[in-house]
Write a protein that binds this ligand. Structure first.
Ligand code: SF4
Ligand code: MG
Length: 280
């Protein structure tokens, strides 16, 4: 190697992970600070942007890949986890982040969510949850409170809210955490842990939609650190989460289930190896 190539590189900063595109979210949207937290987490881990891919579906939150300097894929509605799973299995050397929202991730993509947890591929799934479809003008989403009164659902839907963290645990996610966009440093720390943790890591980020749910600005008064340490027992974690107030922040579950695919012979086998092994 030349002396130049051998010279140590300057550490990457959060700015190095940002693209030149200016985000077009509404002023005050929580997704701005989620973007900052993602770039801070990548800088904490000193991952090279070209070794990271950010995959998304459709919605305000799904704009994130365009705002990073990493590889990105902005796919169809609800299918980000399917695309990301294929990418990670084909390119296990990449760090793959998946960005979604409560509509894209839990409704249109709900089935993919269950099976991504179950498969436990080494992905980090970041869902910006604001309990509403923001991009399409404020319809109730799976996490909307049953009594949220709006022009599109006068008097509320009356429907029980989806409980993503518990569903993730029941489906086999290997890491479950809750974060808040108004705490970018805390969120970056959780994201860094999620990226480092093997298998499917799920980070639910409470990220206010100030346009259609302006009352969510009050979430900053309600969030607090989880009162107990993360557990490695999914049933215990699920019981805690079912009875918490929905504003506990932190890593709530960290399991040790082996990621899929296992580092098996097949993953590294060459065609010549297989021809020899399976020769008649
Ligand atoms: Fe953010 Fe809501 Fe505006 Fe979408 S509609 S950019 S979620 S504030
Ligand atoms: Mg939403």
């Amino acid at each position: 190697a030349t002396a130049e190539a051998a010279a140590p590189c300057a550490p990457l900063t959060a700015q190095d992970y940002k693209s030149d595109y200016k985000p077009i979210w509404c002023p005050g949207c929580g997704d701005y600070t989620v973007l900052s937290s993602v770039t801070k987490a990548l800088a904490m881990l000193q991952l090279r942007p070209e070794n990271v891919a950010v995959v998304s579906g459709i919605g305000c939150s799904s704009r994130i890949p365009a705002y990073t300097a990493c590889y990105g894929f902005h796919g169809v509605h609800g299918r980000s986890l399917a695309a990301a799973t294929g990418l990670k299995v084909a390119r296990p050397d990449l760090t793959v982040l998946v960005a979604s929202g409560d509509g894209d991730g839990y409704s249109i993509g709900g089935n993919h969510f269950l099976h991504a947890c179950r498969r436990n591929v080494d992905l980090t799934y970041v869902v910006m949850d604001n309990h509403v479809y923001g991009m399409t003008k404020g319809q109730p989403s799976p996490t909307t409170e049953p009594d949220w009164d709006s022009k599109l659902a006068p008097g509320g839907t009356g429907l029980r809210s989806f409980h993503p963290l518990v569903i993730a645990l029941a489906s086999g996610a290997n890491f479950v955490a809750r974060a808040f966009s108004g705490d970018p440093n805390g969120t970056a720390d959780i994201l860094a842990q999620a990226i480092r943790h093997p298998g499917f890591s799920f980070v639910e980020i409470l990220s206010p939609c100030v346009t259609f749910r302006p009352e969510q600005r009050g979430w900053k008064e309600r969030v607090h650190a989880a009162p107990v340490e993360a557990t490695d027992d999914p049933a215990r974690a699920a019981r805690r989460i079912m009875t918490d107030d929905g504003f506990n922040l932190g890593v709530l579950y960290a399991g040790d289930r082996p990621a899929y695919p296992p580092p098996a012979r097949a993953a590294s086998a060459t065609v010549a190896d297989l021809e020899t092994e399976f020769a008649p």
